[in-house]
Write a protein that binds this ligand. Structure first.
Ligand SMILES: [Zn+2]
Length: 251
């Protein structure tokens, strides 16, 4: 239609009408593009709000689980450090307690539970991290992705740690016990170990393996778990600000 009228105006050498036809075409395309941009932007805003709320839910769950696990791992890390100090003469010599012997058994376990945030992973995979407009929140999310990678790579270090209970069963003697649970009604099954500081020190292979495990555990806590949890908490704080969410103090 517009093409036929344009051809006719050119044939008639009606340049004013040609110019009008031209602007109708160009203007139409321009308006079309603007409408499409605007509707894409509207869609991004809706997606942003939905994704941020989903992320908040996932983050709250992960943070609860992680704080629990980090608490346990930190406790074990401290016990393991004390045990290692005693064995290597960095702390006064004494017999090792059952908990200290057990920390040796668990010294190769670098476990931290579920860490992935599906909403964040989806944003990253589809290259849409940019729909998060808040600059601070956006960079906090990017940093969290880095911390997650660092956590994964320090956990891989676990492959270099030794299963001491399995390798030295005559020196670190493992038994299974039933303890009253703090969180459940019934009894909780646990692993407990007994060991003797002098016999550990006399075994050079075991001493070397304990040194290696302590080093790996330390790196896991220092470069993996702690920075990752701190970043999870930072992202949560930024999300609360962006979404205007307030938590009760006890949470
Ligand atoms: Zn929150």
């Amino acid at each position: 239609m517009i093409l036929r009228s344009l051809t006719k105006h050119i044939n008639d050498q009606n340049w004013f009408a040609v110019a009008i036809d031209f602007f109708i075409v160009v203007g139409g395309v321009f308006i079309g593009l603007q409408v499409s941009n605007w509707s894409n932007a509207q869609q991004d805003r809706r997606d942003e709000t939905a994704i941020l709320h989903a992320l908040h839910t996932e983050l709250t769950d992960t943070e609860k689980l992680a704080s629990n696990i980090v608490g346990k791992r930190t406790l074990y890390a401290n016990i393991l450090a004390e045990t290692t100090n005693i064995l290597f003469g960095l702390a006064p010599m004494r017999e090792l307690t059952q908990v200290e012997c057990t920390s040796l058994v668990y010294s190769n376990v670098l476990y931290f539970g579920r860490t992935n945030l599906p909403s964040l992973a989806r944003l990253q995979a589809t290259g849409r991290l940019d729909i998060v407009r808040d600059a601070d929140l956006n960079s906090a999310l990017a940093k969290l992705l880095q911390r997650q990678e660092a956590l994964d790579s320090t956990a891989i270090l676990g492959a270099y740690a030794h299963d001491l209970g399995h390798l030295y069963p005559e020196i670190i003697v493992i038994s299974s016990t039933l303890e009253h649970s703090d969180t459940r009604e019934d009894m909780e099954r646990e692993v407990a170990a007994t060991c003797n500081a002098k016999s550990i020190q006399q075994n050079k292979g075991l001493m070397a393996d304990i040194a290696a495990n302590s080093d790996v555990y330390d790196a896991f806590m220092r470069d993996g778990l702690h920075p990752w949890l701190a970043q999870i908490q930072d992202v949560h704080r930024q999300l609360d600000l962006t979404l205007g969410i307030k938590h009760d103090v006890e949470e």
